[in-house]
Design a protein around this ligand. Sequence first.
Ligand code: RIB
Ligand code: CA
Length: 311
Amino acid sequence: MSRPQRLLIDTDTASDDAVALMMAFRSPDVQVEAVTIVAGNVPLDRCVQNALYVAELCGYEGPVIAGAGAPLMRALGTATEVHGEDGMGDIGLPLTGRTPTPGWGPQAIVDAVRANPGELTVVTLGPLTNLAIALLWAPDIVELIPRVVCMAGTGLHGPGNVSPSAEFNVWVDPEACRVVLRSGLPLEFVGWDISIASAVVTPERAVAIRALGTEFADLALDVQAVLETYADTETELDGPDLPDPIAMAQVLDPSVATVKRVHVDVAIGPDPMRGALIVDRYGFTGGEPNVDVVTAYPEERFFALLADRLR
Ligand code: RIB
Ligand code: CA
């Protein structure tokens, strides 16, 4: 049997992060070394409690460590209108009273990477604040990380989901995204374009997931309650989309993805350009290609991976 994939997961745990965490926790060929928490979808303490709830449900007993409660240089912008006030669909889950592991997210990233050189895949499912702080504080870690998969951005030229051109994780902390983009890390970006193309839970997909008949499948659907309404009224999708889970699919099986390596920068200024990725598809800037941007991920493969981890 091949060695397990060892993951460091950084997350602003809300409804779609929760499904991505379940996919990782319930993959037999994956070892989650640590989960670090960043503020994003909801304030930090709620992200922490949501992650601890999912960890308990899945029997994950490793570290869950709180990190940055706000972006590097801006006030926190949340997405409660998308995920609910509690981030988990406001369906009344018992999301309080659990205790995180002592420590601080950016330090946990640095410590884990230094202790396991060349071994850990870093997966980011939220704003890049924790990873940026780790890089600013300990730039030596760049050479020690063999792979980074980020749910971030809008692909080559996809639509924004928080402004015309910006995806939420990048929009929350564009300065952190620029630190990551200029770090030299081996980056793979899975954008919101991939989520709306290949990870929309249509009514038919929901029936198939519900038919799995497990508490994991039920939770994966039930916590999307607010997102389902948001999809119907705002994004005009045929159901809630799952950006973090399809980013986790890229972690678990990159073999089926189509990627294009390009130079990517990010707009730092105010809205409406705040957090827009500047994707230099044709090399106009002469900038060194620094990101493998996923341009397609097969829908059938995603939902097969998802079902396999929720059954
Ligand atoms: O734009 C989608 C991303 O923003 C997802 O990670 C979602 O959880 C939110 O963090
Ligand atoms: Ca997220």
